[in-house]
Design a protein around this ligand. Sequence first.
Ligand code: SF4
Length: 75
Amino acid sequence: MRIVADSGRCIGAGQCVLTAPDLFDQDEDGLVVLLTGSVATEADAELARSAEHLCPAAALRVTSGTDDAEGQPGA
Ligand code: SF4
């Protein structure tokens, strides 16, 4: 399972960091930073999905893919 964060959409609300501090951080501008691009455990996957749903900017996406081509047409 992979996490994709769109820092261009992020408004720095910090919900992701509050929800899953082992998966997300914020840079000095408050924008989301991924601490890991992939999620290994179901517990972390649940936290990642919670953060995805709580993010007010829809800047997070949790996918079931495992490779870098995830989400690209034709991949
Ligand atoms: S919850 Fe969304 S808007 Fe807030 S810091 Fe995380 S990615 Fe950015």
